[in-house]
Design a protein around this ligand. Structure first.
Ligand code: AMP
Ligand code: MG
Length: 475
C-alpha cells in the first residue's frame, strides 16, 4: 500500500512570543524508533494526513522534524508540594508547534521524553515506556469519559534504555493540548518581576483561551471557573491526579501531566496512591482545597498587572474566596447525576454524603457501587449490605420525582475505568515486549459507559494481591 506523505498543518504562535519565553532546540535522536500507537481519530480532527509507520515513528520519536515544526522548550516555574521552585520548564519535552484543524481548534503538539534541554536540571530528559503508556491510556480514558484533558497522539519506543533504578525501555509520548500554559508560566514572569513579559503572556492567553475575559481579573475568574468544573469531574470518577503542583495546573482547564495518578478502587475520602505524597497533600478528598490554593498562586502572579494594588487585592481575593462554593456547586451536580438526580434540591447533599459514608465504611468499590445503583447487585458492593438497604429506600423515594434517573445514571457512572492494577499489568507486559494488554485496555476505555461483556474482567476490582498500594512518578 502506498501512503501519502505525512502532513501536519502547523500554524505556530507561541514561538512568535519574545525569546525569553522559551529555548529553541531540536530533539535528541534515538537509535531504533518503533511505533506503538498512533491516534488516527485525533490526527484527523487535527487535520493531520498521510504518514507511513516509518514516517510516523521517525517524526514522533523526534528523529525527523516535520516541515514547519520549530521545536521549543517552554520556560515556567511552580510550587512543588507547596515549595516555590523558580526554574522549571520543559526538562524532557519539546513543543513542536501548533496545529489549526478543520474544526478551527488550535492545538499544541509536544514530544515528551525527547531529550535534555536547558531546563533538565539533573534529569536525563527521557521517559520510560511505563509512564508513557500510562499517560496515553489514562488521558484517553479521561477524554472518553468527557473530562477536559490533554490527549495522546502517538507513543513510540526509542530502542534506547533509560536508567532509573534499573535499565528500562525508553519511549516518547506525543501529547496534544489546548496549550501548555500553566499557572507556573505566570509565576515565572511574576517572580522575575518581568512585568512586560507577564503582560504579553496575559494578552496571549486571553486571545487564545478566553477571548471574552476582561484583563487579569477576567482571566483569573475564567480559570477558576474552568478548574472548579474540572476538579468536580475528577471527584466524580474517583480520579486522583497525585501531583497538583502549580506547574501541573493548566490555564485552559485541561487535566495535564499524568504522573503517579490513580483511580479509587475501594472508596476512601482521603486515599493517596503517590509514593512521594507523604503528607497526603494531594489526597483524593484534598483536591478541591488544593485547587483553591493553586488559584491563589495564580492570583498572586497576576497582581503586578493591577494598576490599583488595593482594589486588586480585594477583587482578586474575592474571586479566590468564591471558588469553594463554585466547586461545591459543580460537585453537587456531578454526584447528584451519579445517583440519578438531574435537578439537585436541598436535602440531596445529605443523601449523597450518607451514601459516600456507607461506601467508606463498607469498603465499597467506588466505580462499581455507583454503576450498580438501582440493580439487584448494588447491595453486594458493601461489607454490611443491610446498612445500604435503608439508604436505598430513602433514595428510591427521592427518585419518584426524577423521571430519567436510569439514563442519567447510565451516562454519569463509568463502567470501565483504567484500573490501577490493570495499568501495572499492562506496563509489565509492555516492558516484556507484549503490547496486547495496552491495545485491549485502550479499546475498552473508548466506551466507558458501555457494559460490553468482553471486558467484564476489566470491571472486576483488584483482589487483595492485585491491589496497588503506591504509584510512582512519571520520570
Ligand atoms: P513533573 O512534575 O513530572 O511534570 O516534572 C517537574 C519538572 O521536572 C518539569 O520541569 C519536568 O520537565 C522536569 N523533569 C521531570 N522528569 C525529567 C527528566 N527525566 N529529565 C529532565 N527533566 C525532567
Ligand atoms: Mg509537570
Amino acid at each position: 500500500m502506498t501512503q501519502d506523505p505525512l502532513v501536519i498543518p502547523f500554524d505556530n504562535s507561541y514561538n512568535q512570543l519574545p525569546a525569553r519565553f522559551y529555548t529553541r532546540l531540536d530533539p535528541e535522536p534515538v537509535p531504533a524508533p518503533s511505533l506503538i500507537a498512533f491516534n488516527r481519530q485525533l490526527a484527523r480532527d487535527m487535520g493531520i494526513t498521510g504518514g507511513s509507520d516509518a514516517e510516523l515513528e521517525a517524526v514522533f520519536s523526534g528523529n525527523t522534524m516535520p516541515k514547519a515544526a520549530l521545536p521549543i522548550a517552554q520556560v515556567y516555574s511552580g510550587h512543588q508540594f507547596g515549595q516555590y521552585n523558580p526554574y522549571l520548564g520543559d526538562g524532557r519535552a519539546l513543543l513542536l508547534g501548533e496545529t489549526l484543524g478543520q474544526d478551527q481548534k488550535r492545538r499544541d503538539i509536544q514530544l515528551k521524553g525527547s531529550g535534555r534541554t536547558p531546563y533538565s536540571r539533573g534529569g536525563d530528559g527521557r521517559a520510560w515506556l511505563g509512564p508513557v503508556l500510562r499517560e496515553y491510556l489514562v488521558s484517553e480514558a479521561m477524554h472518553h469519559m468527557g473530562i477536559a484533558t490533554t490527549r495522546a497522539l502517538a507513543a513510540v519506543a526509542t530502542g534506547a534504555p533509560v536508567l532509573r533504578e534499573t535499565a528500562l525501555p525508553g519511549a516518547v509520548l506525543t501529547r496534544v493540548a489546548d496549550s501548555h500554559i500553566r499557572v507556573g508560566t505566570f509565576q515565572f514572569f511574576a517572580a522575575q518581576r518581568d512585568i512586560d513579559g507577564l503582560k504579553t503572556l496575559l494578552e496571549y492567553t486571553i486571545a487564545r483561551h478566553y477571548p471574552q475575559a476582561d484583563g487579569a481579573l477576567g482571566l483569573l475568574k475564567a480559570v477558576i471557573e474552568a478548574q472548579a468544573k474540572l476538579i468536580a469531574q475528577w471527584m466524580g470518577v474517583g480520579f486522583i491526579h497525585g501531583v497538583m503542583n502549580t506547574d501541573n495546573c493548566q490555564i485552559a482547564g485541561q487535566t495535564i501531566d499524568y504522573g503517579p495518578c490513580a483511580f479509587l478502587d475501594r472508596y476512601h475520602p482521603m486515599r493517596v496512591y503517590s509514593s512521594i505524597d507523604y503528607a497526603g497533600r494531594y489526597a483524593y478528598g484534598n483536591q478541591p482545597n488544593i485547587i483553591v490554593w493553586n488559584m491563589a498562586q495564580l492570583a498572586t502572579a497576576l497582581m503586578p498587572l493591577m494598576p490599583d494594588t488595593d482594589a486588586g487585592i480585594s477583587t482578586f481575593t474575592a474571586a479566590v474566596h468564591a471558588m469553594p462554593k463554585q466547586i461545591d456547586r459543580y460537585q453537587r451536580a456531578v454526584f447528584a447525576a451519579k445517583i440519578g438526580i438531574s435537578a439537585p434540591k436541598a436535602g440531596d447533599n445529605a443523601l449523597i454524603g450518607d451514601l459516600l459514608a456507607l461506601m467508606a465504611d463498607g469498603q465499597a468499590d467506588f466505580t462499581n457501587s455507583f454503576r450498580a445503583l438501582g440493580t439487584v447487585v448494588a447491595r453486594d458492593q458493601f461489607l454490611e449490605p443491610d446498612k445500604f438497604d435503608h439508604w436505598q429506600e430513602r433514595w428510591q423515594h427521592r427518585l419518584d420525582q426524577e423521571p430519567d434517573a436510569e439514563s442519567v445514571m447510565a451516562r454519569s457512572n463509568p463502567s470501565i475505568i483504567p484500573r490501577n492494577h490493570r495499568i501495572e499489568e499492562m506496563i509489565s507486559a509492555a516492558t516484556n515486549g507484549d503490547y496486547a494488554p495496552f491495545h485491549r485496555l485502550l479499546s475498552a476505555i473508548k466506551a466507558p459507559y458501555s457494559d460490553a461483556p468482553e471486558f467484564a474482567d476489566l470491571r472486576r476490582p483488584p483482589s487483595a494481591e492485585e491491589e496497588i498500594e503506591a504509584t510512582f512518578c512519571g520520570t
